[in-house]
Design a protein around this ligand. Structure first.
Ligand code: 13P
Length: 257
């Protein structure tokens, strides 16, 4: 069960799925059920081109939106990029440093950190992703990799506003593989993340940071994850493209009921 001080947050990362019309249809189908689960923060993260279409449906509801990425700059010659100013008013959250951005698009901890600072400066709440690869885990390097990512990606954030920060622990080997981390593995690494944040910002300032687990979260395993005291929610990929997303949100709602 999530600590009562931290409200659970379940976010659906749609990745490169659902253009505006499909996004509209999908959200229309789950809207009532999702809107009704008010004890959990519910965040949909469509591809950028579909954000406005989903916003039109959700703006008067409790369902929030997040972007999957953004540039740190407000405007300029950055072909193909989305700026924080463009997200304001549409999104409350922005996913930063997803392992796919890191592995496929060369994003470094330094870049992720610039983006996280920019998110805070523009009143967007960052969901910063960290996670080790299978070869890191097999080489007993998990703690070292996570430490480097947390220290590098989350440096210098405004300590008073850490309640707006979400960290997603997403082991790369669990993403899209159907092989979720065991609750114990997730709890162990999330404890490392919490200890690092406490070292960086002091225990009291770091306490409100919410830490999600992500990687093959399904309607079937969500309840076990939600039962862990330090797992404050989930970042869901594949299962967020179906009504299973609602079942996952419900599992977290039940954990705090
Ligand atoms: P899956 O839930 O499809 O494994 O993806 C997890 C993820 O990458 C969410 O950001």
């Amino acid at each position: 069960m999530t600590s009562p001080a931290r409200r659970p947050i379940v976010a659906g990362n749609w990745k490169m799925n659902y253009g505006p019309s499909d996004a509209h249809d999908f959200v229309s189908g789950i809207f009532d059920d999702l809107d009704a689960i008010t004890s959990v923060d519910r965040v949909l993260c469509p591809p950028a081109i579909s954000i406005a279409a989903v916003h039109a449906l959700t703006q008067k509801s409790g369902i929030m939106l997040g972007a999957q990425n953004m540039h740190f700059a407000e405007k300029g010659a950055f072909t193909g990029e989305i700026s924080p100013l463009m997200l304001q008013g549409l999104c409350e959250y922005v996913i930063l440093g997803h392992s796919e951005r890191r592995a496929l698009f060369g994003e470094t901890d330094e870049l992720v950190n610039r983006k996280a600072l920019s998110a805070f400066a523009h009143d967007l709440k960052p969901i910063v992703c960290v996670g080790e690869r299978l070869e890191d885990r097999d080489a007993n390097m998990t703690e070292r990799v996570i430490t480097t990512q947390v220290r590098g990606s989350l440096a210098g954030l405004p300590a008073e506003r850490l309640g707006e920060l979400v960290v997603a622990y997403e082991p790369v080997w669990a993403i899209g593989t159907g092989r979720a981390a065991t609750p114990q593995d997730a709890a162990d690494v999330i404890a490392i993340i919490r200890a690092l944040l406490a070292e960086m910002y002091g225990a009291e300032k770091a306490a409100p940071v919410r830490v999600q687990y992500g990687g093959s979260v399904t309607a079937a395993n969500a309840r076990d994850l939600a039962a862990l005291p330090d797992v404050d929610g989930a970042l869901v990929g594949g299962a967020s493209l179906t009504a299973d997303f609602v079942a996952i949100v419900r599992a977290f709602a039940e954990s705090v009921a």
